[in-house]
Design a protein around this ligand. Sequence first.
Ligand code: 1GP
Length: 253
Amino acid sequence: MALLALMLFQMNKLYQHILDSISRSEKLLAVLIDPDKMQVERVSGFIAMVNQSIATHVFVGGSEVQEGLTETLVVEIKKHTKLPVILFPGDVIQVTDKADAILFLSLISGRNSEYLIGKHVEAVSKLKTTNLEVLPTGYMLIENGRQTSVERISQTKPIKRKSVKTITHTAKAGELLGMKLIYLEAGSGATHPIEAEIIHQVKQELRIPLIVGGGIRSKKELYLAFNAGADLVVIGTVLEENDDFIVSISKYR
Ligand code: 1GP
């Protein structure tokens, strides 16, 4: 029995760490690396800066990534950091056992069954052969003024910003279905991040951790999201656009 409890604890190690951080009112920050945009030679220098920053997690994934690239990148990242590396896959080919965990994303804002359950069935034969911690995540695309790659690839519409009730009820439905995380996504490089009021309303509804990402380009926007109720914020594009951003969120400033 004790062994089983220990195994279950190990299986939920990263999730438990997220819950523990929230109970200590600590905010979490994930740096998103798109294998398609990061050259392997740049990883050590970039990760050295990430290690000096307030980032707590590294997410790896993208909408359209060549087979094998994700694994190569994850192996390189893990050589240079002790931060947990979590897959944020756009497709099944991005699954690799070299990471610590995977966001098992179901696109609950849309009605394309492939992205609600189809890709997940496809992923099982790979997942069964890995020790990845699987984090079932209700992924919700919220309108931000322009078409995002998630919208284009999944052929789904985001939920309108004004439909706050639909947003909060979709998030709650995800929780009631047993998802362990809800991810509010404005889309990579979004013109505007998710509004603070939406984050606040969703957080009020939920008992599970809330992830927020898309279009966050300044420290001000980062802390707006945290203060509104995001437990974990994801930033990606700003790191590609502005070399100084990662330095500006150093732990030692
Ligand atoms: C994208 O939410 C993530 O899926 C991060 O978005 O690249 O705009 O920071 P950005």
